[in-house]
Design a protein. Sequence first.
Length: 609
Amino acid sequence: MCGIVGYVGRRQAAPILLSGLRKLEYRGYDSAGIAVRNEREIVTVKAQGRLQRLFDKTDNGNAVEGFCGIGHTRWATHGEPSEINAHPHASDDGNVVGVHNGIIENYQELKDKLLRKGYHFYSSTDTEVAIKLVDYYWKKYQLGAVDAINRAMVRIRGSYALAIMFRDIPGEIWVARKDSPLIIGAGDGENFVASDVPAILSHTRSVYYIDNLEIGRLTADSITFYNLDGDTIEHTPVTIDWDAEAAEKGGFEHYMLKEIHEQPAAVRETMNSYVHDRRITFEDVDESVLAGLERIYIVGCGSAYHAGLAGKAVFESLTDLPVEIDLASEFRYRDPKLVRNSMVIIISQSGETADSLAALRLAREKGVPVLSVVNVVGSSIARESDWCVYTHAGPEISVATTKAYSAQLIVLYLLAIRIGELKGTISEEYSAELLDAMLKLPDQISRLLEDKERIQWFASKYASARDIFFIGRGLDYAVSMEGSLKLKEISYIHSEAYAAGELKHGTISLIEDGILVVGILTQQALFEKTVSNMVEVKSRGAYLMAVTSYGNYSIEDTANFCVYIPKTDEHFMASLAVIPLQLLAYYISVAKGLNVDKPRNLAKSVTVE
């Protein structure tokens, strides 16, 4: 969850590092720091709290001179947030300075070893241990940088992305990674390193993805990669086609509102990538495996899990296959019994989610093929999967996901339709009808966004709420889960989602006068049953908001506030019903004066367990 940025070239490094760190704020952080190599030494500056404090301490970078440097935003895992625990960290004599993303599981064992060797420790971090371990091998064996880093990597258990500078090797940055994201950007007479694309996108679009257990060496004019044996290896650069401006707010007050409005484009772009001449084509996926499937397992975390819940309903309906869905953190520890002729679908916006990556590896160990649905090209999950189907949502800056979730739904719909075609569970005619309905979704989402002022008015009434409940049945329950998560993420209001039929099994005891209950009613066969549940809570004092499709006007006899969504095939209603729930969460957070894009205690990419 930490952010890493590095620069070596002919420009002053500090302003570039700070600008890159600013682009990584969405990843979450509690402190930040930079280290820059001048003509004599490596100068390190750190600050706890907001990144602006580091800007102030360095006069926006102008007070720290040098053409080579590394920077870091920290999300605490070992040691409390403080300036001492902030990165970069250094060896006792300042010879090795580095930053780190990830968790070193055996840091205490390594720390004890280094203490016996005479090292001293000033912080509570596992990162300081890694830096001093590199320094130990550098000095003890008089090794070069490659061998010193290699030996440290072999001893470290856990996950890491490291960016290191050596005082005795000016003008160079060394990097290494295992299970934590790291990219290298190639420029003209300058090179960059970062934990995510937005940090360097304004400087270069040519990016290298360094693989697990590899090392990289950056100078102003060269990029060299090494394996654990110290041999040089080749990598091919990837061109990033995102505009640098895509990471800016574009006139919206917050990134989240901008990204909510980008959903029509994200949905359209994702569909256009896999629908050609009204046929679904996944060029890199082995369709013989899809045709022979007997069971599907869907795995994800947070909103990705909620997309999977919706996907489960669509898959089972269109493919007639049994589908199991798991939280990634549960899947990896429950010793799942995976049957033959099955497939695991891993869903992750970042492609670096630690629990999802571990679930992927477990599935492959058990001999089951993995198809991933991710948004970041070249990410760890994408590279390690048998097949990857990318969502084309573009960079998502706000911590609370919106457009990436919507794009994930689209991929799952398309996969379900295509598998249904291959297995003969849906006809060509029905497949064409489904595609027709999907192609209308971008315009229908745009129509829903035009109604945002009504939702803003309603949200202002409930900004002071303490508890809000979301209910629904079937696919509507999956949407309720996502709506509830959005609300609690950014408004800090306690919120829960319940299958509407479960209310009478205990939950209804929580209903009291004035409490808001949001009912989702898009599945016509379940409409009357959910209305009955809403009547039950209304009789106990609840205030009701309803989200349903046009034509269901009888709901106004029950609900106090109604939002109508365009009609589409019921398999795809989740794509429309989620929009007013996103807006509700957003406007409640705004009304409370909260930091919408960077909610407390959260980070965009959860790359540690």
